[in-house]
Design a binder for this molecule. Structure first.
Ligand code: NDP
Ligand code: PYC
Length: 345
């Protein structure tokens, strides 16, 4: 195919990691960010792939994230709540630090939570969900963002696009995973429509005067809508409560006040809850994993697809054939690597 370059997952990871190192990020942060971004491209999740690199670098340049932060696992105790302070760095390295303790406590207690505070966060949640399901545990992950979404019935930005993800482990196959924004679509999708010069589908957004719009620019200046009307609005609000207020971190409107812009990665906290299905089902009839397979078979048996099936198919394709990037994307990666933070304004 002309106008495209094929990279292996490892090659893409190495390029992205080199860009972050050039931008001044330390080892744990460069590695953790490159991992989620390369995984996003591999899994055909463009809204959280390489296009996010510039935003992360802009956030470094603006001094709104600490490129040299070393996350800290707070005083290990025996409760079900594991706390990691990202100390102003990106969430991803903090997650990697807290994961082993989260897993150990979940195995011991049946249920545990990882609270990440004081982090910059721009990534998809499924890599974290899959890290937990890879340990044979179920996971719920959520975080706020910045105020860009109108509550159902309102017309002004208040809630974040607040992603919500869940995973259930399966033997010898990919886990059951869903991961979605609680707005109709991720804000990254609006930005990608803007860049491609494409109108938005109806029902995604309001303009600044509160009228429905399909113009990406007007949507970015206005408010996005919640998915499922009042239902997405309630789930988005729950995320503000649990992964903002309850963990003593910023809510989406507070994040926007703090940053003053939506062009930088938001700064807030994150909540990861891990559960042991065996511990919950103990003493009850049936094996939870076998029973789950009956349910999944029944869903697929109707011709429906499981969430993440598209993503896992893209992963298998990328592993076999490589990751296809447009020439313009490769040029941009080269530019970011050669200019470092001078490449972003
Ligand atoms: P999508 O609407 O594209 O997908 C949401 C989920 O639904 C995915 O798990 C997807 O699986 C699944 N799905 C889609 N279509 C079907 C179908 N027909 N049948 C069954 N399942 C289906 O995601 P969003 O645009 O809402 O979010 C994209 C990403 O953006 C997420 O990874 C999220 O974490 C991230 N995000 C991050 C934010 C942040 O602040 N860090 C904020 C908002 C979003 P599949 O992938 O296989 O299609
Ligand atoms: O796509 O909505 C989004 C988003 C916000 C912050 C990171 N991703």
């Amino acid at each position: 195919m002309t106008g495209h370059v094929t990279l292996t997952h490892k090659e893409l990871y190495q390029r992205v990691e080199a860009i972050f190192r050039k931008a001044g990020l330390n080892d744990p942060q460069s590695r953790a960010l490159a991992k989620v971004i390369a995984a996003g491209e591999r899994d055909a999740c463009k809204s959280h792939g390489i296009y996010r690199i510039e935003g992360a670098m802009r956030t470094v340049k603006a001094g709104k994230v600490k490129p040299d932060a070393i996350p800290e696992l707070l005083a290990a105790d025996e409760t079900a709540i594991v706390k990691v302070n990202a100390r102003g760095g990106f969430a991803n390295a903090a997650f990697e630090l807290g994961l082993p303790e989260l897993v150990a406590r979940t195995r011991r207690l049946g249920l545990a939570a990882l609270v990440i505070n004081d982090c910059s966060h721009f990534s998809a949640l499924w890599p974290e969900v899959e890290a937990v399901t890879g340990e044979g545990l179920a996971a719920l992950v959520m975080c706020p963002s910045y105020a860009t979404v109108a509550p159902a019935g309102g017309s002004r930005p208040l809630l974040g696009t607040n992603p919500f993800a869940f995973g259930w482990p399966r033997q010898n196959q990919f886990p059951y995973v869903f991961d979605f924004a609680t707005s109709v679509a991720a804000r990254g999708e609006i930005e990608l429509h803007r860049r491609a010069g494409k109108p938005l589908p109806e029902g995604w957004a309001l303009d600044a005067s509160g009228k429905p719009t399909t113009e990406p620019e007007a949507a970015l200046a206005g408010a996005m809508l919640t998915f499922g009307g009042h239902k997405g609005s309630a789930i988005g609000t729950m995320i503000e409560l649990l992964a903002g207020i309850m963990i003593g971190d910023l809510t989406s409107p507070e994040v926007l006040d703090y940053l003053g812009t939506t062009t930088l990665a938001p700064f807030h906290g994150e909540l990861i809850i891990a559960m042991s299905p065996q511990a919950f089902a103990a003493g009850r009839p049936g094996d939870p994993f076998s029973r789950a397979e009956v349910l999944f078979d029944a869903i697929v048996g109707q011709g429906a697809r499981l969430p993440s099936q598209r993503r896992f198919a893209a992963r298998a394709r990328a592993d076999a054939e490589g990751i296809l990037l447009a020439d313009a994307e490769i040029e941009q990666l080269d530019r970011l690597l050669s200019l470092g933070l001078d490449a972003v304004v």
